[in-house]
Design a protein around this ligand. Sequence first.
Ligand code: SAH
Ligand code: MG
Length: 205
Amino acid sequence: MEELLREMEAYAEKEHVPIINERGRHAFLRIIEECKPRQVLEIGTAIGYSALLMAEQGADDIHITTLELSEERAALAKKFWKRSSYYGCMELHLGDAGEILAKLTPPAGGFDFVFIDAAKGQYVDYFRKVQPLLSKKATIVADNVLFRGYVLGQEKPPRRYKTIVKRLREYLELVQSAPFRTEILSNGDGLAVTYKDTSQLEERI
Ligand code: SAH
Ligand code: MG
């Protein structure tokens, strides 16, 4: 497994596939270990790297539903997974994440962990669409939320990043408001870790 992961990292670097970067990875693994998720939804598979990390660190009976737009990357992800013992845990949906999310049937009890890591301008849309698919206690992690330091930093982003930065700011505002609780980790390109716990809320009703 270690060898496979190293090979994927090397491939990603060579082919410029933006897999979760080394500094973000440690924080990400810590979160997974803490949550031990069973039903995972991943938005943005790429070559299947983060899915493998989650499969390895999550619950023994983990199931990962993962969405990817690129046919080429999806095929590569499957090829890599086949070389691990986690191929059977993976369910890949090919297509536009926004469209798939609108039609996706959640597992019984809902997803307890979501990793948002596809089109940066669409995070708010993904987050909204994911809400009805969640379990009572769910953790939602979004990658790249600090986007090279421009999202919360003082420096003005170059023109071509203006919209992405604006939209990521909107995302952070949304997840920092009730009924959510969010920690923003500056590791890597910025991870937003959002907790949604409606179990107590429903008990009181
Ligand atoms: N989570 C991966 C990296 C994902 S990179 C890892 O850390 O290993 C982001 C991926 O999102 C890319 O592969 C890109 O093709 C995909 N993507 C971009 N827009 C998308 C969309 N609208 N729907 C689904 N996937 C999308
Ligand atoms: Mg990312």
